[in-house]
Design a protein around this ligand. Structure first.
Ligand SMILES: [Zn+2]
Length: 263
């Protein structure tokens, strides 16, 4: 079996803060809400399950929506608030925010939350995640993104650290080419297909991520060109084509929780 994990980071669209003085809630939350609905329609077209990493702040804005998603898909924690930088925050505060965030998601979904992805892939201390009662983490993007992080030499394969199972985001062997959101959206579909086929080597799975706000046209906002390019219908169609291709290739689309249980 070739597991293919589609994951979506459902968050307040806080990049707007960098370019807009006072973004409205309709823009901060509404854009991700709209994008998530479009993704859900696409996933049901193919009847596949995925993982949605949700911030507690977003879930509090749309509790019934998140509850409805949890009936079909897996919900994981994407931090309490997307503007939190857990990698540089006091450990006691990280513990408090993550415990609170997990509690909020569990109350809304009436399900146990086991997975975590840090906002902006900021690395987290695994022992804190263990204390929070989480089982796995998917915050490691083992490549070099100038200006953000350098995890070029970190493992591409799953491993366990301090009782937490780590599921790295997929990149290719050797040159560690990324294939998730910005790269998927801005580069030709052929690039993603080749990277996906290559990334299976040595790991046997694909873990990729997108943001629901990418699935809504962002042309009206003041944002860098690569943030806006191919957003909305264009990326939705591209993801549709990717899933269609993946199914034909015999890849098995599943949630991250299901993937870990089968290992
Ligand atoms: Zn995020």
């Amino acid at each position: 079996m070739k597991p293919f994990l589609l994951t979506f980071d459902v968050e307040e669209f806080d990049y707007l803060h960098h370019y807009h003085e006072k973004p409205l809630n309709a823009d901060l939350y509404g854009v991700s809400h709209e994008g998530t609905k479009r993704i859900l329609d696409l996933l049901s077209k193919y009847d596949i399950r995925a993982t949605f990493f949700v911030t507690a702040k977003f879930a509090l804005q749309y509790p019934s929506f998140i509850k409805a998603i949890s009936k079909k898909h897996e919900i994981g924690l994407h931090g309490y608030s997307h503007d939190h930088h857990y990698e540089s925050m006091d450990e006691k505060l990280v513990l408090k925010y993550l415990q609170e965030g997990k509690k909020i998601l569990e109350k809304i979904t009436q399900k146990k939350i086991t997975g975590f992805r840090a906002p902006r892939m900021g690395m987290t201390n695994y022992s804190i995640l263990k204390k929070v009662g989480l089982h796995y983490d998917s915050s490691l993007h083992p490549t070099y993104i100038p200006g953000y992080y350098n995890h070029f030499t970190e493992p591409r394969n799953c491993f366990t650290s301090e009782g937490i199972q780590v599921v790295p985001v997929s990149v290719t062997p050797l040159v560690r080419l990324p294939l998730a959101w910005l790269w998927f959206r801005n580069l030709p579909l052929l690039y993603s297909k080749l990277c996906i086929r290559w990334s299976f080597y040595g790991t046997g799975f694909i873990n990729t991520y997108f943001h629901p706000w990418e699935f809504v046209s962002l042309q009206k906002y003041r944002l860098p060109w690569y943030f806006k390019r191919n957003t909305g219908d264009k990326v939705l169609k591209k993801l549709d084509k990717l899933i269609h291709w993946g199914k034909k290739k015999g890849y098995t689309f599943m949630s991250m929780g299901d993937f870990l249980q089968r290992r």
